[in-house]
Design a protein around this ligand. Sequence first.
Ligand code: GLN
Length: 286
Amino acid sequence: MTIKQTLSRARAILVASNIEDAPLESELLLRQALRIDRIQLYLALDRELGPEEDETLWKLIKRRLDGEPIAYITGQREFYGLDFSVDPSVLIPRPESELLVEKALKLAQEQAVFTIAEVGTGCGAIAISLALSLPQAKIYATDISAAALKVTRLNCQKHGVVARICLLSGDMLAPLPEPVDLIVANLPYVREAELSRVNTHNFEPSLALNGGADGLEKIAQLCSQIGDKLRTGGSLLLEIGQGQSRAVTVLLRRLFPAAEIEVAPDWSGIDRVVSLTGHCRKGLSG
Ligand code: GLN
C-alpha cells in the first residue's frame, strides 16, 4: 500500500471510531510512525510503506483507538503557537489555558512585572510562553513532581529559555526564594468524583487534575500560601473550572479584602481566569 492509501485507510478507521479530528490525527500518527515531518510526508505520498513501518503505524493506531490522547502518542502538543514535548507525567496543555498567558501579558503592559512565578508548571507551556513574550522578566516555575520537571527542563532547552526560567521542585510557593510581582497558576481543579468523566483524564496524572472533593482544595492551599510571596501591589492569575468562579472569588475576597478581583470567560463563555490585582494595597482596605 502507498503512503497515500495508508493515510486514507487510517483516516477511515479513526472516523469510524468517532475520533473528532480524524484527518489531522491520521496524518500525525503516520508521521510519527515514519518519523517524518509534514512536507516529507507529502513528498512521499506515492512511496510504498515497508512492513515494519506498517506494523509501527497500526500499533500507534491501536493506542489511539484505546483512548490514549494523540499528544501522548506523538509526545507533542502545540500551545500558544509553540511546540511542547509532553509525556504522561504532565497534563496536556489545553487551548483555554492560553487565556492565562494573555491575561499575564496584559497585566505586564499595565504594571511593573519583573518577576513571575508559575505554580504547578507541568510541561512548562505557560512559563515558557511568558518567558518568550516577556524577555525582561525573571521567571520561576515550580512543580511538586520531579518527573514533570524533567519535561519542563526539556522544553526550556527546546525553546532556549534555560537561563530565563528558574525551575524549583516543591509544593506550590514553598520553594520560591523571593516575593514576585505576579503569580500564575493552572492548578488541579477537577472534583475527585468527576475525574474519570473525561477520557483523557484516565491517561493524565491525577496529581495535575485532582482538586479534591470540591475541586478547590489546591486553589485554596495556594491562596493561603501567598502571604509575603506576592509583592505589595502584585497580582495573581488563576485558571478555574466551570462553575467555580463564585467560590474562588469569595475565597479571595475573604483573604485579600483590599484587592481587586475579576473573572474572565474563555472563548466558549466559561469563566476561566480569576485575576486578583493590587495585593495588600494598604490604605484602600478601609
Ligand atoms: N481543564 C482541564 C480539564 O478539564 C483540567 C485542568 C486542571 O485541573 N487544571 O481537563
